[in-house]
Design a protein around this ligand. Structure first.
Ligand code: KIV
Ligand code: ZN
Length: 390
């Protein structure tokens, strides 16, 4: 039986930390509604202690989708932040408090200038306080991938004993590499299962080395039950693991991972475009899954293969992510097969071998001049050719 992976989307919290990506409350609600259509399990709606505007936005998201999606929001391990989260999400049908506190030496010593014991106690006290408000509490061990393993584990053990129901392991600065991160998750998972197997093990990967998707998949392979990601991979610095990439990785390679999500993948493209439109941040054209070229084929060898059988060059169908169909870009590298297909798709007869060859040569001349040949160019080529011949 395929294992279900819980998907938390943090586009509205970590994603919104991207410079220039400020969203107003209406835009946030619109994105939250689309995330509900996408069927994410949990929406991280914001960081309510950061401003009155963020607090209000979290409340509005709860009002609009909080009856059917788990809503969480972020708190530092201090009472005021936890109170803000509680007040902003308490009307959701399944609210979750998310507490974050660092575990790496650099966080403990440089950021807090406190002892390791004192920081661990701060985390325990925060979880105990949050548990007086709500039953579901996630604890994030910030900078986990650069933490001393035994201290990381002691912290996890202590906060689980204090009542944390989810442990989130962040690769906060995108420092981890897949084998190492997978191994970290495997070791934590083994110990956590012995301690309390009802606790959910989660990961949150950043993309500073371009490895966020790979690290997330490696963590899943090694026992993580929950992933945190964002639409279009938005997020602090180089961003977070991209939801669409991880979800499609699991779908296309379900046999390899033995896992699935409940994401409605046909909503992926629409969600990506909505987030891009509202944040004003373009999706790079060659971005996996949702980039403009993700299902576009331009080389003649590929186009010929695809026309024989789509599986020759396609590992997933464009329709699976909500795109209409694959796109053949006609260029000077497109061969006769692709050009003939384009002519026939427009309802024209390609003619006999000699007529077609003459048309193809004209196409090559045009393609050399224009680089890309569109439907209207094909139309012009065919009609002007037949006028010249007639
Ligand atoms: O990157 C990080 O460590 C975070 C935590 C709040 C989970 O965003
Ligand atoms: Zn983050």
């Amino acid at each position: 039986m395929s294992r279900k992976i819980i998907v938390l989307d943090t586009t509205l919290r970590d994603g919104e930390q991207v410079p220039g990506a400020k969203l107003n409350v209406y835009q946030k609600v619109e994105i939250a509604k689309q995330l509900k259509r996408l069927n994410v399990d949990i929406i991280e709606a914001g960081f309510p202690a950061s401003s009155a505007g963020d607090f209000h936005a979290v409340q509005e998201i709860v009002r609009s989708v909080g009856d059917s999606v788990t809503i969480t929001a972020l708190a530092r391990a201090v009472k005021n932040d936890i109170d803000s989260v509680y007040e902003s999400i308490k009307l959701a049908s399944n609210p979750l408090i998310h507490i974050v506190l660092g575990t790496s030496n650099i966080h403990v010593e440089k950021k807090f200038n406190r002892s390791k014991d004192a920081i661990m106690q701060m985390g325990v006290d925060a979880v105990k306080y949050a548990k007086t408000l709500l039953p579901n509490v996630q604890y994030s061990t910030e900078d986990a991938s650069r933490s001393d393993f035994e201290y990381l584990w002691s912290t996890i053990e202590a906060v689980v004993r204090a009542g944390a129901t989810m442990i989130n392991v962040p690769d906060t600065v995108g420092f981890a590499v897949p084998e190492e991160f997978g191994e970290l998750i495997r070791k934590l998972n083994d110990r956590l299962k012995n301690l309390d197997d009802s606790v959910v093990l989660s990961v949150h990967c950043h993309n500073d080395l371009g490895l966020a998707t790979a690290n997330t998949l490696s963590a899943i392979k090694n026992g993580a039950d929950k992933i945190e990601c964002t639409i279009n991979g938005l997020g602090e610095r180089a961003g977070n693991a991209s939801l669409e990439e991880v979800v499609m990785g699991l779908k296309v390679r379900e046999l390899h991972y033995g896992c699935h999500t409940d994401i409605r993948t046909k909503e992926l493209l629409k969600t990506s475009r909505l987030v891009s439109h509202l944040t004003g941040l373009d999706v790079q054209v060659n971005k996996a899954i949702t980039g403009e070229n993700a299902f576009a084929h331009s080389s003649g060898i590929h186009q010929d293969g695809l026309l024989k059988d789509k599986n020759v060059y396609e590992i997933m169908s464009p329709q699976d992510v909500g795109a209409e169909s694959m796109e053949m870009i006609l260029t000077a590298r497109s061969g006769r097969h692709a050009f003939k297909n384009a002519v026939e798709k427009m309802g024209f007869e390609p003619g006999d071998a000699e007529q077609f060859e003459s048309l193809f040569q004209k196409f090559l001349t045009l393609a050399d001049a224009k680089k890309e040949v569109y439907d209207h160019d094909v139309f012009y080529l065919v009609t002007s050719n037949s006028r010249a011949e007639g």
